[in-house]
Design a protein around this ligand. Structure first.
Ligand code: ZN
Length: 257
């Protein structure tokens, strides 16, 4: 029998291994490269990574964050993604329960990790990734329905039109990739939660943007990737949104609802 500890350890390892794959997807898809061939290699000296060097998280720590061959520093983004995927995969069942919804949560985390890598690296959220997950969520939502059943489709519509209005009004404050991503998120989360995702992403993005400008880390007028903020807003909304909405309603509109 699987004890909870072994089960969670297994999920953590699975998450770390998948996180390592999502790094590859996020790095290669925008360059139109195959995600399966060739195997991973150092981007500087092209040294093929051995089995030991492919172990997620640990290999980075063991190699002190450097390529074993040419000693070039490896971006801490990669082990961070591996660790984030692992930890989010592990806590998901505690938040959504051991239900079918777990499949949606793991799919959502997967999309989020790929988006972080490709948006931070190239400022691109590839159409291929958005389309793939659009169909994946569509299929999953057929098997794992919501109440009401049309909520995912309402989410898709809201997730498309809200950023579209922002793009038209701000003329370039957000990219088309961001809009398509939010549409896919809408399909997974439904209309209320995806609205909250967008609100949280904008709020967090604005706060970080102001702090970044004050510290001189971000230059005014220079675009910065919005994808990671959409990811953050969406993960908060997906896992805690119902509670946040409940809290808001009971505090501000106690007599209406
Ligand atoms: Zn190297």
């Amino acid at each position: 029998m699987l004890t909870p500890f072994i089960l969670h350890t297994y999920i953590f390892i699975l998450g770390a291994v998948l996180g390592s794959f999502y790094n590859v997807v996020g790095l290669r898809v925008p360059l139109k490269k195959s995600i399966t061939y060739p195997g991973s290699a150092c981007s500087v000296c092209n040294n093929k990574l051995s089995v030991l060097e492919l172990i997620p998280i640990l290999s980075y720590l063991y190699q002190d964050g450097k390529c074993r061959n040419c000693k070039t520093s490896i971006s801490p983004l990669y082990p961070t993604i591996e660790f984030l995927t692992a930890i989010l995969f592990t806590i998901s069942p505690l938040l959504v329960g051991w239900s079918k919804e777990l499949v949606i949560s793991w799919t959502l985390i997967s999309l989020c990790m790929i988006v972080i890598v490709s948006d931070l690296k190239y400022m691109i959220i590839p159409d291929k990734v958005n389309v793939f997950f659009l169909f994946l969520f569509l299929g999953e939502r057929l098997i794992i329905p919501t109440d009401p059943w049309w909520d995912p489709f309402a989410g898709l519509v809201i997730g498309t039109f809200v950023p579209l209005v922002v793009i038209l009004v701000s003329r370039g404050g957000m990219g088309g990739g961001d809009m398509k991503l939010l549409a896919v998120f809408g399909l997974a989360l439904g209309w209320k939660l995806v609205l909250l995702s967008f609100f949280l992403a904008t709020l967090i993005g604005t706060v970080i943007g102001i702090i970044g400008m004050m510290m001189g880390l971000i230059k005014t007028g220079k675009p910065f990737p919005f994808g990671p903020f959409l990811v953050l807003g969406t993960l908060i909304s997906y896992f805690f949104g119902q509670n946040l909405i409940q809290l808001y309603v009971t505090n501000f509109f106690p007599y209406i609802f």
